[in-house]
Design a protein around this ligand. Structure first.
Ligand SMILES: NC(=O)NCCC(=O)O
Ligand SMILES: [Zn+2]
Ligand SMILES: [Zn+2]
Length: 484
């Protein structure tokens, strides 16, 4: 059985051209004019693009005394509805739990996925067992990215010595460390002060995490990565202070990537000042939403290339869950949703306004992360031999975002009422039509785990450079290297 996508314009990260796409056995079999197949999908007036890859989700994540409400079933269904065909979630060992033990739990959760997926592994504590198991995680499980929380003191946070040790281990294994960059010590102090002064509402969450805590931590992580000789990926970059540190590092030749979220690009801090407690609490996430200047900085980063990927950090909690924090903002579960809305919102506010081109849209939603994660060209590409993870994008299709009818399991949507122009006509997961004209055809368990090889090109280049420039002992005539 073959499928052909006809009459569309193929849009990739570097080219736009008219051609049909033939799919066979879940892969792209041919690209060119006048192709035919058993099933025909009409793409007249549409762009045929690589499906979105969301590199940052938390599905059924145990966090702050509860679990995020979207699991791999509803979460990946939401992804496909919005044109995303792969998600990368975080396996999260509790302190003291082995990495391989935690992975078993994520393997169980993810059996329900409707689209392909991979994992990042979180380093939430440090000892010899973690050091040893990192090798198995990379070499046997094909998980080559390790996340470090510099915030959430007392639960997920790791200190600088642990981070440096883990970053060095990543360098040895050809893996990439990720950081949630916020200074957790300062956040804890500011939170306690705000609470003691009677600032208990959701707006105090934003006051407790000013841009400086993010800028400082981003810069610290960049320097630690440089000293460890490893590339670095900074998740949910929300402000100019953090972006500036990444921009500067990249200009110095350091291998650093920054990931803004669609929420930070399109929603601002005024959401926390809303008189309705529920409205404000539903938008509590870390880092918090910022002001217009920070948003402009993030958009400029996408246009100029100093920021690389747009994600969601999809971590959805219901209103009832958010209400755990009435009277104490530090107990509001941190996280927002966005899987179904990332692509339409970015197209509308990015391509629709001229801030980014359609090719840049493909780069920041799919191709760049596929390259960073060493998945390209299996994913993130429209090439013969690539997986047929594709979206047929109708730039004229409109809708008003609403929790009514959304795929996510929660009872609201942080983008409620936003108008979007640009939506998928079809979403294909390895050739299977999973969305057609707004209707999802779910298939639980269709999604496959995607292994990733270590030692991508950037790791290789950086380790060569670090070996060449490593400190060397000076040999001196008559002076032995070791003491007499
Ligand atoms: N971002 C957030 O508030 N929740 C999810 C966990 C994290 O990424 O920090
Ligand atoms: Zn985070
Ligand atoms: Zn996250």
């Amino acid at each position: 059985m073959t499928t052909v996508i006809k009459n569309g314009t193929i849009v990739t990260a570097d080219l736009s051209y008219e051609a049909d796409v033939l799919i066979e056995g879940g892969k792209i079999a041919a690209i060119g004019p006048g192709l035919s197949g058993d099933e025909v999908l009409d793409a007249t007036g549409c762009y045929v693009m690589p499906g979105g890859i969301d590199p940052h989700t938390h599905l059924e994540m145990p966090f702050m005394g509860t679990y995020s409400s979207d699991d791999f079933e509803s979460g990946t269904r939401a992804a496909l509805a919005g044109g995303t065909t792969m998600v990368v979630d975080f396996a999260l060992p509790s302190p003291g739990q082995g990495l391989l033990d935690a992975l078993k739990m994520w393997d169980n959760k993810s059996t329900r996925a409707h689209c392909d997926y991979s994992f990042h592994m979180a380093i939430t504590w440090w000892d010899r067992q973690v050091f040893d198991e990192m090798e198995t995680v990379v070499k046997e499980r094909g998980i080559t990215t390790f996340k470090h929380f510099m915030a959430y003191k007392g639960s997920l946070m790791v200190n600088d010595d642990e981070m440096f040790a883990s970053f060095r281990r990543c360098a040895e294994l050809g893996a990439i460390p990720l950081v949630h960059a916020e200074n957790g010590d300062v956040v804890a102090e500011l939170s306690a002060k705000l609470l003691s002064e009677g600032n208990t509402g959701p707006e105090a969450h934003a006051y407790s995490r000013p841009p400086q805590v993010e800028g400082e931590a981003t810069n610290r992580a960049i320097m630690i990565a440089d000293m460890a000789g490893v590339p670095l990926y900074v998740v949910h970059v929300s402000c100019e202070e953090s972006h500036e540190a990444i921009r500067r590092a990249r200009m110095q030749g350091k291998r650093v990537w920054g990931e803004p979220l669609i929420q930070h690009l399109t929603l601002d801090e005024s959401e926390y000042f809303n008189a309705d407690w529920d409205h404000a609490a539903r938008r509590v996430m870390s880092p918090p939403f910022r002001n217009r200047q920070h948003q402009d900085s993030l958009w400029a980063g996408l246009a100029s290339g100093s920021l690389s990927c747009v994600a969601t950090d999809h971590c959805a909690f219901s209103t009832d869950q958010k209400r755990y924090g009435i009277g104490d903002f530090t107990k509001i579960p941190n996280g927002t949703g966005g899987l179904e809305d990332r692509l339409p919102m970015l197209w509308t506010h990015g391509v629709g306004t001229g801030r980014i081109t359609p090719n840049e849209f493909v780069a920041v939603t799919s191709t760049n992360i596929a390259k960073i994660l060493n998945l390209y060209p299996r994913k993130g590409a429209v090439l013969v031999g690539s997986d047929a993870d594709l979206v047929v994008w109708d730039p004229e299709k409109t809708k008003t975002i609403s929790a009514k009818g959304q795929q996510s399991a929660i009872d609201y949507n942080v983008f409620e009422g936003k108008q979007v122009r640009g939506l998928p006509r079809y979403t294909l997961s390895r050739g299977r039509v999973a969305l057609a004209d707004g209707e999802v055809t779910p298939q639980e368990g269709w999604g496959e785990f995607v292994k990733r090889p270590p030692n991508g090109a950037v790791n290789k280049a950086l380790s060569s450079w670090k070996a060449l420039t490593a400190p060397r002992a000076i040999e001196r005539a008559g002076i032995p290297a070791s003491g007499v």
